[in-house]
Design a protein around this ligand. Sequence first.
Ligand code: GLN
Length: 194
Amino acid sequence: RLRVGVLALQGDVREHARVLDGLGAEVTLVRRPDELAMVDGLVLPGGESSVIDKLSRAFGMQHPLREAIAGGMPVYGTCAGLILLADRITDGIDGQETFGGIDVVVRRNAFGSQVDSFETDLDVPAVGEAPVHAVFIRAPLVESAGEGVEQLATLDDGRIVAVRQGSLLGTSFHPEMTGELRFHELFLDMVRAA
Ligand code: GLN
């Protein structure tokens, strides 16, 4: 069985663990460097990226996470997790930092308070023909992406909401909340291939 972790400092950890377990992976909740060392891939959940950032530094996890990413460990981030994978963010709070790895600029809470949350169907050829029902909750947007970044999904107006670069995958939305399994399957394929 593939051994994968879910970073369990804050956020919708359980939803991801349930999906991964359902797909046959052996799931570890990762809070410490020794737990990170046991897994072959990691999910960064949705939640509040500034809190996850702070806790990761308090728990001595920022450096090990950056090293794991630089070392090629497959990582999938949803929403706050995508923010944490971005090389740059436009509007972090309180000196917010990221782990980085994906050559993108991400704007947090990009849809503003008028449109806190919404759902839409997306075309995502990388996961198959059937549309993806995507739930956005105070979601980030990818404002710009470097040349090495694959754009996996955009909204009708062209704004980017799913990306992949090397062994890193990120979505603005939350497949773990809607029974959508194909992104986690893609992530597990990336873990298998690594
Ligand atoms: N707005 C949150 C942040 O900045 C992300 C929201 C989410 O993960 N659903 O981290």
